[in-house]
Write a protein that binds this ligand. Structure first.
Ligand code: HEC
Length: 199
């Protein structure tokens, strides 16, 4: 190995080291090393009550229990009105106005045509993904049971989350009262509307 080759190696090494140091220096100007605590998002544990499951809510808890399993705490933090209340108070004709966007893909009348999405006549209480002759996505074919008020509520709030991979490309109705009105309208599109939920 000639001295020139070794010399070249050393030069290459020094150049690489300088580039590395320079890049690191520039990087640090943008992303300074700060202790994680200064940047970390502080999770407000009071809202974690929203995600307790029904079984937690039903578990017996003493009256001075301050844990999120306490039923009073949960109802005070989550929406003040139950979904049943919302749907009872809602105006189906306001819900009908919201279907303007749904009508790009759905018909609502009895025997209405299949469009991009299935016909939605009598959807409350109808088995999920059950319209004859309509090809549902695999995500929808995997669903089971009938559409309850609660299922429709969860689905319409965020279709992609309810059935990941659904071909219903629609972001969802985020406002609780709007969704309740929409479902109140859906309920009436039936020969015998399902009884209102009593929760
Ligand atoms: C861009 C088109 C599109 C829009 C807009 C849309 N949908 Fe859908 N919807 C679909 C498709 C497609 C499916 C079938 C989903 C699948 O197979 O993954 C579907 C499925 C459904 C189902 C389930 C039907 C069944 O037979 O199980 C309901 C309920 C529904 N949509 C309600 C609505 C409502 C209410 C709106 C308006 C707020 C709406 N959709 C807006 C395309 C749409």
């Amino acid at each position: 190995m000639s001295i020139y080759f070794i010399n070249k190696l050393i030069v290459a090494f020094v150049v690489a080291l300088s580039i590395f140091t320079a890049v690191r220096f520039v990087g640090e100007q943008f992303f300074p090393d700060k202790p994680i605590g200064e940047f970390a998002y502080v999770v407000d544990i009071s809202t974690s009550a929203d995600i307790v499951s029904d079984s937690d809510i039903e578990s017996p808890s003493s009256s001075n229990d301050v844990s999120p399993t306490n039923t009073t705490t949960v109802s005070a933090i989550s929406s003040p009105q139950s979904f049943g209340d919302l749907i009872r108070q809602s105006d189906a004709s306001a819900g009908e106005k919201q279907t303007a966007i749904c009508r790009a893909c759905h018909s609502f009348i009895k025997g209405g045509p299949t469009m991009l999405g299935p016909n939605l006549w009598d959807i409350v209480g109808r088995d999920k993904a059950s319209m004859a002759g309509y090809t549902y996505s695999p995500a929808f074919q995997a669903l089971s049971g009938a559409w309850t008020f609660d299922d429709l509520d969860t689905f319409l709030e965020n279709p992609g989350q309810y059935a990941t991979g659904t071909k219903m490309s629609y972001a969802g109705v985020k406002n609780d009262a709007d969704r309740a009105a929409l479902i109140a309208f859906l309920r009436l599109q039936a020969d015998a509307p399902s009884p209102l939920p009593n929760n």
